[in-house]
Design a binder for this molecule. Sequence first.
Ligand SMILES: CC(C)(COP(=O)(O)OP(=O)(O)OC[C@H]1O[C@@H](n2cnc3c(N)ncnc32)[C@H](O)[C@@H]1OP(=O)(O)O)[C@@H](O)C(=O)NCCC(=O)NCCS
Length: 145
Amino acid sequence: MIELDAINPNNLKVLEVINQKTIPKEVRSFSPQFYKETLQIGPLAQYAYFNNVCVGAVRCKKETHNKSSKLQILSLGVLPPYRKYGVGSQLLEHAVNTAKEIGSKEIYVQLPQALESKDWFLVRGFTELSDSSNEETAVLVHPLQ
Ligand SMILES: CC(C)(COP(=O)(O)OP(=O)(O)OC[C@H]1O[C@@H](n2cnc3c(N)ncnc32)[C@H](O)[C@@H]1OP(=O)(O)O)[C@@H](O)C(=O)NCCC(=O)NCCS
């Protein structure tokens, strides 16, 4: 059974563990500010529980340009033994629904071109933005309206 729940001060450290174990080191490092802000963004950060065990997390950031907003996925990871059970898809669905609820026009993620999970996003409604992508980094966008 997969359930999602908010991140709170008592379990925030779990996000560090999940990110260390899931997001490749060369991809990005997360600052203390990243974790501090996680507690201030409500549904833009969420844990996934598989049979009551916390096994994954998504953390997004809202960006506002003029009057429209976009949601960026900064991290989305599921612990390796718990992959392929649909946990990642539920976290992504949560992020997409949250983006729609707050009126964002799109949700996007920036990844190294070589990252395996690029294809995972591409089969889930994301397309590569050719003019912002380059040899090293892909920008994958999912329009919402
Ligand atoms: C990407 C990730 C979140 C997916 O989590 P997950 O819980 O395994 O996802 P789901 O179970 O919902 O989806 C698994 C499905 O995707 C498929 N899949 C897995 N990796 C894939 C890939 N690289 N390309 C295409 N499909 C892939 C699986 O075969 C499976 O398909 P099935 O349901 O038909 O069997 C997980 O692999 C992960 O944490 N990766 C490392 C972190 C990362 O790269 N995050 C993204 C950048 S922030």
